[in-house]
Design a protein around this ligand. Structure first.
Ligand SMILES: Cc1cc2nc3c(=O)[nH]c(=O)nc-3n(C[C@H](O)[C@H](O)[C@H](O)COP(=O)(O)OP(=O)(O)OC[C@H]3O[C@@H](n4cnc5c(N)ncnc54)[C@H](O)[C@@H]3O)c2cc1C
Length: 297
């Protein structure tokens, strides 16, 4: 099966790497290796590749910027389809259509130069647009769903479908497409005309708030857990006495207890052990089990 996949990749001229260290790509700087990581550069190639893998019965996973996903320390044996090169976009009147792998931050910065604004509240989220739409990423009271007009997805049988905002059924950190495990290919977002200086000053304001409240200088996966009853988990974790608690190189951030940071040499096992320890402590103290926001593969 492996050689058939490599043949396909060569025939379609798709970039790939074998036995790749995922720690280099993950925003928390740890995790094992992947046997095969593929970097398709067009939507048509991505769709053809997925259809080929479906026919072959080969397990695969589409992955974005790896800022919300932790890979265990062992080898990940499925094929990873990394969307980094799916980053083209075009602007029409009050909309931008963008491929799923484009980073929100980079897109927003580029659009600001031509006087187009998205939500500056989301600027410090380091994810790809596709993952942000699927997981309805949000910050400072705004969510990605607020920008979403429509998106192109691959359904499990490999058909390309378009979903509107209503069909996406967005909710806190999820969507219809995410719950079905659809692959996001591209999305159309609404955008707003504004001056570069207005946009830049709002970006600065939200970036300053972030830097003051979060450990932006250390590798992490952002908030490890979802809010509980509308309250960020940092509140509970801090009151459970866990700020600064460390397992190996993984530490509950002293600046924001909702984050686990890599203070040096953390393994994915350290992060997982710390996550589980937090869950037990919070359950013992507050009587509920924190729900994870990050995904462990
Ligand atoms: C410092 C920091 C701050 C953060 N702040 C916030 C915040 O304020 N708000 C917030 O909501 N999140 C925040 N996050 C979390 C994270 O950035 C978001 O969840 C983001 O949406 C993840 O994007 P990604 O491309 O890194 O996704 P990945 O981690 O690569 O993937 C996430 C999930 O989506 C799937 N996926 C990715 N792309 C596709 C695709 N094209 N089609 C199908 N499935 C796909 C993956 O398989 C995985 O299941 C933060 C993270 C960090 C490190």
């Amino acid at each position: 099966m492996h050689s058939a996949i490599l043949d396909f990749l060569k025939r379609w001229d798709v970039e790939y790497r074998e036995s790749l260290s995922l720690a280099e790509y993950s925003s928390i700087g740890c995790g094992g290796r992947a046997r095969l990581v593929v970097f398709p550069s067009s939507i048509n190639t991505t769709a053809a590749l997925i259809s080929f893998l479906n026919d072959l019965g080969a397990p695969y996973r589409v992955i974005g910027n790896m800022t919300n996903t932790l890979f265990r320390d062992c080898e990940y044996s499925g094929i990873l389809i990394k969307t980094d090169k799916l980053n083209k976009y075009f602007v029409a009147e009050n909309t931008v259509t963008v491929e799923a792998g484009a980073l929100y931050k980079r897109l927003a910065a580029r659009l600001s130069l031509i006087g187009i604004s998205l939500f500056e509240e989301l600027f410090m989220i380091p994810g790809s647009i596709g993952a942000m739409v699927l997981g309805n990423a949000g910050a400072h009271g705004k969510e990605t769903s607020g920008l979403f007009i429509s998106g192109e997805f691959l359904n499990p049988s490999g058909e390309r479908i378009t979903l509107s905002r209503d069909e996406m059924d967005f909710a806190y950190r999820t969507s219809y497409a995410r719950s079905l495990g659809l692959v996001c290919l591209s999305v159309t977002l609404r955008c707003f005309p504004d001056s570069f200086s207005n946009i830049a000053s709002r970006i600065k304001r939200f970036a300053d708030i972030r830097r003051a409240a979060q450990p932006t200088n250390l590798p992490s996966l952002g908030s490890v857990f979802k809010k509980h009853d509308g309250v960020g988990m940092g509140y509970y974790i801090e009151r459970a006495g866990l700020s600064g608690y460390r397992i190996g190189g993984a530490e509950v951030s002293r600046k924001h207890a909702g984050f686990i940071v890599n203070v040096g040499g953390a393994t994915a096992s350290d992060v997982i052990a710390l996550r589980d320890f937090i869950k037990v402590r919070v359950f013992e103290k507050f009587g509920f089990m924190p729900e994870e926001e990050i995904e462990v593969l």
